[in-house]
Design a protein around this ligand. Structure first.
Ligand SMILES: [Zn+2]
Length: 1015
């Protein structure tokens, strides 16, 4: 999935996250079996291989009993247990918080080492590989006495399962799903016929179901006649179960048929209703699905975990004037007696995970083209058909690319790409039926290359998933990066090959910088990390799984001799696990098998990057002819302390000032004989996922070298230097004066990546100063920015521009200039807006300039009203979103209040756009305090629209708090979120917000005086 609603660098800051509302809908009922077991004499025993049994040697705590005498630790432990939906806990347990005693999979942990640093000395060759690896450090399995206490199902009977994960005694083989949606009253009925095989003897079947009213259930064992059975439901874990008096035996086959009814979801997940207004002003309704990660169970009862793969045959009824789509091609249509039509789709030819099932009922039109044996179609609502050509062209090219690259053809006869008018995520890779936000798929006739870049990126990402995720699926959500890291890596890789004119490299570099920024916080997590609750599953959809996952693949590829080895390893992995599931070790083993034995052990190297959070800081120091590299965890903490002893196996490459730009410079090189005044340690084209500190002398030498000649390093390397020195300043390792020394060269800089990175970093500081009301420093910072970038800003033109990187450069420069109210910029923007309005739709503002122009327009009363009018009429979504951001950039308090409430209400402004509105409002001085009040006052409405933990909520929290830098704001934020309890206090993004405020506070304390003296 692409959970992000656009492909700006913001995405690294927009994790999908934690705790699901449904977890708290109902308090778990618990019963102490030790007391009440006589009441349930026939209750089936748990299968020995499925549950944790511990000797009954200690007192059990049952919720509601004996809570008053808990000590502090136990209270913490109990509240954690409640968060996990656990119905029991043990008072003597040493485990706390999220270490559920039900853990099935424990990923490798980082090994504490006695020394935080290690050295690699005497750099003789180009590639220096540190030899430290993280191996064999699993802690001894501590067990503590406990006893299983079964929860009560909704009917009052005991529910026969206590774990979050389903038992593995039953495996689904196929589903026959019949769905009857009613778009008039927004309900549906369904039937799920599940063929299963029994893997281990058992007396129960446990599966998932959420918000479904099961009206009838029958069970059939082998050739026996079908019989009615009772279904038990345990809502807090969204599980249902059927108990049997006789054991089902391993090797037997059985069929469970469940009839049910439900409401179409009014949020953006499950089988949900959606609507839009057509060109005649008429409201049109449709129903679509979004199942990843845990929502298939809201549409049909199923084994809703990625490793329970099965085939699916889907039938959907509809009114004659609607159409339906699903994963597979339509097999037939039947007229039903009630006047409806029923579409039946072919059975899937591959086993697939439930989260990849999809179906849509609506009114769409399409265009199509054949690629090999696959019909690729792009669907949109009828009036937007003219915007689908680009997506079809890009989709066809990319499908051909992946067919060749993977050496496995896309397995289905059709592939649909559908633009859904009301869709929260960016896109979802459902097998054969990829769903998109309209802005992620539709491109206007005159769209700029930058807009095309966004659409092509999302398509490339979702198509990559058809192999990485759909064909080979992670075994469990702890390895989500196998889906998302690969899809992200392949999205950039494929576009560089298939559509090089889109110049995607700058974007990949920028998102890696943002991933580093986030991974530097203590609230980050390992790429492959333990996941034992819905909240933890949600939490995995973040920049660590996506961008860090992609970055370490890029780093691995670059460290291997020749690109073919990496590809060979990937193909081996895909072929070996085609149609099934894999984990991180499976990937590394496949790569190790293929890569020549004389090369490093891939598993050994890569485990240090996937099993521990964060990344290393590599410090370079030199004495005479000897270079020393040391590594430590780059961890941002408000007290400057480094708390971990993590080590990484780091591939290092360097160049020197004699040869630094061409690729061959980065091959074998002898430092002893080529000692230079400065040198640069990095991966070729900055494929590193670490930060390098060159020491005072090193930074000075680099700054001097760049001042003399910008081109001694590649633009990517220069951007990395800028990113690194700002990160080191935040860490407290370099003073801001050193940052300034490096930036002295920037007036000579004209390349997109370094300029963009420098402007981003400086504008972050500008925003902090602004929000601290340091008016004098704000004015001086503006002068500083204009002094360094003014001449480059002036050189920018206002006509059409073809090159993507020039567009990127121009848009960032002009948006900054206009934001700083630079006279020429605002005049040009006003004039362009005036011509645009007067032309009545015939004149078009170049796509990359629209944002700057709309932002300027929104600052005047009259033009803001004009812009609002245009917003309500324009149909092309990319332009519409830029107008919305313009409207939200107003500094007028009443308008800010209006736009926030309009976004929440969802009529004039779609609710899916509220996170964008909030982040834009926060960038202005007037708006950001309003937003904090707005969020506190409307928290309950917000989490009704966007589930607690969703990426939308994450984005909102980040926007609202990331510019605070005072103790008063820290106290306010702490107090508000801690008061929310289960309504959001446990989210990782809350920890991230608090850490960020403390870091801002620390940076301000340290640097305000420096800035006063220096600016
Ligand atoms: Zn994805």
């Amino acid at each position: 999935m692409d959970p992000f609603d656009n492909h700006s660098t913001e995405r690294a800051n927009l994790p999908r996250n934690m705790i699901e509302n449904s977890m708290f809908e109902e308090e778990p009922d618990v019963v102490d079996l030790a007391k009440d077991s006589s009441a349930f004499p026939t209750f089936p025993a748990l299968d020995p291989d499925e549950a944790v049994y511990e000797p009954r040697s200690s007192r059990l705590l049952v919720r509601g009993l004996g809570e008053n005498d808990l000590d502090e630790d136990e209270e913490d432990c109990e509240s954690s247990a409640r968060l996990l939906g656990m119905s029991f806990m043990n008072r003597s347990s040493a485990h706390r918080s999220n270490s559920s005693p039900y853990t099935r999979q424990a990923p490798p942990r980082s090994c504490p080492r006695p020394s935080a640093r290690t050295m690699v000395v005497c750099v003789l060759f180009l590639v220096i590989v540190c030899s430290m690896t993280m191996t064999g450090c699993r802690k001894p399995n501590k067990t503590s006495p406990m006893e299983t206490i079964f929860p009560l199902s909704t009917s009052g009977e005991l529910f026969p399962w206590v774990e979050y994960r389903l038992p593995h005694s039953i495996s689904p083989l196929s589903y026959d799903l019949t769905l009857n949606p009613n778009l008039n009253n927004m309900t549906f009925t369904g039937r799920s016929v599940i063929n299963m095989s029994v893997l281990h003897n058992t007396k129960r079947i446990v599966l998932h179901s959420a918000n479904l009213n099961i009206t009838k259930a029958t069970f059939k064992l082998g050739d026996e006649a079908a019989r009615d059975v009772t279904v038990l439901e345990y809502k807090p874990r969204q599980q249902i179960a059927v108990n049997f008096l006789e054991e089902l035996k391993a090797g037997q086959y059985c069929v469970l048929t469940l009839d049910y009814s439900a409401n179409l979801s009014h949020t953006y997940d499950g089988f949900y209703n959606s609507s839009y207004t057509d060109k005649d002003g008429k409201k049109r309704v449709l129903a679509a699905t979004q199942f990843e990660p845990l929502y298939a169970r809201k549409a049909f009862p199923c084994f809703d975990e990625p490793s329970f793969k099965a085939t699916f045959l889907i039938k959907i009824s509809r009114k004659p004037d609607y159409m339906t789509l699903s994963n597979m091609p339509k097999a037939k249509t039947t007229q039903l007696p009630n006047g409806l039509m029923e579409d039946e789709f072919e059975r899937t030819t591959f086993n697939m995970s439930t989260y990849l099932v999809a179906f849509i009922v609506g009114d769409f039109t399409s265009i199509s083209q054949n690629v090999s044996d696959t019909l690729v179609s792009v669907y949109s609502v009828p009036e937007k058909k003219e915007h689908t050509d680009y997506a079809l062209d890009a989709g066809v090219k990319l499908l051909e690319f992946y067919n060749n690259f993977c050496e496995i053809n896309y397995p289905f006869k059709k592939l649909d790409l559908v633009a859904i008018p009301d869709f929260l995520a960016g896109a979802m890779e459902n097998w054969g039926l990829i769903t998109f936000r309209e802005t992620s798929l539709l491109v206007g006739k005159q769209s700029s290359p930058l807009e095309k870049q966004v659409v092509a990126s999302v398509i490339a990402h979702e198509l990559a998933h058809q192999w990485f995720g759909n064909l080979v699926t992670m075994r469990w959500w702890n390895d989500l990066w196998l889906n998302e890291g690969f899809a992200t890596y392949m999205q950039y890789y494929s576009l560089q090959t298939v559509l090089p004119n889109l110049e995607i490299g700058n974007l990949f570099l920028a998102v890696r910088f943002r991933a580093l920024d986030k991974d530097a916080l203590n609230s980050s997590h390992a790429v492959s990390t333990e996941v034992n609750s819905p909240s933890q599953v949600e939490e995995m959809f973040d920049s660590v799984s996506y961008e860090k996952g992609a970055s370490i693949l890029l780093m691995l590829n670059a460290s291997l001799p020749g690109e073919h080895q990496f590809r060979k390893g990937i193909i081996q992995y895909l072929k070996q696990f085609s149609g099934s599931n894999a984990d991180t070790n499976d990937l590394w083993n496949s790569l190790t098998e293929v890569i020549s034995p004389q090369h490093q052990n891939v598993s050994e190297m890569m485990r240090s990057w996937t099993s521990q959070k964060g990344f290393p800081l590599v410090t370079v120091s030199r004495q005479g002819d000897q270079v020393t590299l040391t590594q430590e965890h780059f961890l941002l903490t408000s007290d400057y302390a480094t708390h971990t002893s993590s080590l990484w196996n780091i591939p290092v490459t360097y160049v020197n000032d004699n040869c630094s730009v061409a690729p061959e410079c980065r091959q074998v090189f002898n430092l002893m004989t080529n000692l230079s005044l400065w040198f640069w340690v990095n991966w070729y084209i900055c494929v590193c996922f670490y930060i390098v500190h060159y020491g005072d002398e090193g930074w000075t030498a680099l700054g001097d070298a760049l001042s003399e000649n910008v081109n001694v390093l590649t633009p990517e390397d220069r951007a990395s230097l800028i990113h690194n020195i700002f990160a080191l300043s935040r860490l407290g390792r370099v003073s801001f004066l050193q940052v300034n020394n490096l930036l002295n060269y920037i007036s000579n800089e004209t390349d997109t990546s370094p300029v963009t990175e420098a402007l981003l970093q400086l504008s972050n500081i500008y925003q902090l100063l602004c929000k601290r009301q340091e008016h004098s420093l704000v004015a001086r910072m503006k002068n500083y920015i204009m002094h360094h970038f003014g001449s480059l800003m002036e050189k920018q033109t206002w006509g059409e521009e073809e090159s993507v990187s020039n567009q990127e450069l121009r848009s960032v420069l002009l948006e900054t200039a206009c934001h700083l109210k630079e006279g020429n910029c605002t005049q040009q923007a006003k004039a362009l807006f005036k011509s645009y309005v007067e032309s009545n739709g015939t004149l078009r503002i170049p796509g990359d300039l629209q944002q700057a122009v709309f932002n300027v327009a929104a600052q005047s009363n009259e033009d803001w009203e004009t812009l609002r009018d245009l917003y309500s009429h324009v149909t092309f979504d990319a332009e519409k979103r830029k107008m919305l951001r313009g409207l939200a950039s107003t500094q007028d308090a009443w308008r800010i209040v209006w736009i926030l409430h309009a976004g929440l209400k969802g009529d004039v402004i779609q609710t899916q756009e509220l996170p964008l509105v909030i982040s834009t409002v926060c960038s202005g001085f007037t708006g950001y305090l309003f937003v904090w009040d707005f969020i506190q006052e409307n928290w309950d409405s917000l989490i009704e629209k966007f589930p607690v933990g969703s990426f939308a909520i994450q984005s909102i929290i980040k926007s609202a708090t990331s510019q605070f830098s005072t103790q008063a704001h820290l106290d306010q934020v702490t107090s508000f979120f801690s008061g929310l309890k289960e309504r959001g206090s446990q989210m990782r993004s809350v920890q991230e917000a608090l850490e960020t405020i403390r870091l801002n506070q620390r940076w301000m304390d340290k640097n305000l005086v420096v800035l006063q003296n220096w600016l």
